[in-house]
Design a protein around this ligand. Structure first.
Ligand SMILES: Nc1ncnc2c1ncn2[C@@H]1O[C@H](COP(=O)(O)OP(=O)(O)OP(=O)(O)O)[C@@H](O)[C@H]1O
Ligand SMILES: [Mg+2]
Length: 359
């Protein structure tokens, strides 16, 4: 983890059992999270899962009903937002329309009564960082969406907060621009080394940008891990289904043998079944479809129902003999996709490429 610009390691956030209730509805339920100084962490989850509410409690715009928020070891749970000194960036940039870029960015410093020459120097600096120097005297309506978003980032950075909170900051932008700006935010993070807490429901964004991802659903954190682990070792069925595409193959264990609902015996050498039933999670790129005349002991028999060309790959849809729908992703760089609709085949996988999730 990097030290921030001042060389110190400030910017640690600790959430201890925080809960937020609106009436009887629990929006955030007993969330615990330790965010290291300089870390880039994403809160990822579907709409209504409690991401914004969690961020608002860190920012001080919402008061938790229970639990604590600590910044660098100090309890800030009840501290008003303006005294927390955290930089906050929202989806709707909320720039002041009657102020130029320069004035917008200077605003937080003026509020803090920073001296005029100091304001000028710091604004110049931060505009350079986000590559907006040439737009300093423009008004927000004279800027593109991406440029406006960078002004918002500059305005949050200018008072050198130890932590930046970003709530779907790229939500309003088109896909190309989102990708471009997420790279910019990432390099800015590498440059300034500040803690960044990034709310998104876009899994690609979360996986691409983060040191760690916290996956939320129904107000709870389901898993916190590095992007690779979230994808390769999902903790439960929700995480497996929400992050990336997944095939689910439910099975039961009978006399030490795992059998699918279609009656096929499964080879599960790495699995010591703790329960009577579980589900195999296998990503489409790991599901292999082999011609049925190849002799195999493991796999599920069925046939190809559809082929979808998605550019870099072809998604081959497969139905097992008893009606289980699976998808195999075959990259179009390999020219060995000879499958056609109706072909009989075996769906197989390597033991190392699957996750077995107990129910
Ligand atoms: N002020 C409020 N009063 C009542 N319910 C609220 C309030 N704010 C949020 N909620 C509810 O709490 C839940 C979590 O909301 P939150 O805004 O944190 O979700 P989110 O994960 O940010 O979703 P999205 O991706 O749609 O922004 C939702 O069901 C929402 O309706
Ligand atoms: Mg939200």
């Amino acid at each position: 983890m990097k030290a921030n610009v001042t060389g110190s390691k400030s910017g640690q956030i600790l959430l201890q059992n925080i809960r937020k209730q609106y009436g009887t509805y629990v929006a955030v339920d007993d969330v615990n999270l330790t965010i290291a100084p300089g870390e880039f962490i994403s809160l990822l989850g579907p709409s209504g899962s409690g991401k914004t509410t969690t961020l608002m409690m860190i920012a001080g715009f919402e008061l938790p009903n229970a639990g604590k928020v600590l910044l660098d070891g100090k309890d800030i749970t009840k501290l008003p937002s303006h005294r927390r000194q955290l930089g906050v960036i929202f989806q709707n940039y909320a720039l002041f329309p009657h102020m130029t870029v320069e004035e917008n960015v200077a605003y937080p410093l003026r509020m803090r009564r920073v001296s005029k020459p100091d304001v000028a120097a710091r604004v110049r600096n931060v505009l350079e960082q986000v590559q907006l120097t040439q737009f300093a005297s423009r008004y927000p309506h004279q800027l593109s969406g991406g440029q406006q978003q960078r002004v918002a980032i500059a305005r949050a950075l200018v008072f050198d907060p130890p932590v930046l909170l970003l709530d779907e900051p790229l939500g309003a932008l088109d896909k190309k621009l989102r990708q471009h700006l997420r790279n910019e935010i990432k390099s800015l993070h590498n440059e300034v080394g500040k803690t960044m807490i990034y709310v998104t429901h876009d899994q690609d964004e979360a996986l691409a940008m983060s040191d760690r991802v916290a996956v939320m659903s129904d107000g709870r954190i389901r898993q916190v891990a590095a992007p690779r682990d979230i994808y390769q070792k999902p903790a439960d069925l929700f995480v497996a289904g929400f992050v990336g595409e997944a095939n689910f193959i439910p099975f039961t264990v009978d006399a030490g043998v795992a059998v699918t609902s279609t009656g096929e015996k499964l080879e599960l050498s790495t699995f010591d079944p703790p329960t009577k039933s579980a589900t195999i999670c296998v990503r489409p790129e790991h599901l292999k479809l082999n011609p049925s005349d190849e002799k195999r002991i493991d796999g599920i028999s069925g046939h190809v129902t559809d082929l979808t060309f998605v550019g870099d790959a072809t998604m081959v849809h497969f139905k097992s003999s008893n009606g289980l729908d699976l998808t195999s992703k075959i990259f179009n760089t390999t020219r060995d996709n000879n499958l056609s609709v109706g072909d009989a085949c075996f769906a197989t996988w390597a033991q190392d490429d699957i996750t077995v999730l107990s129910h």
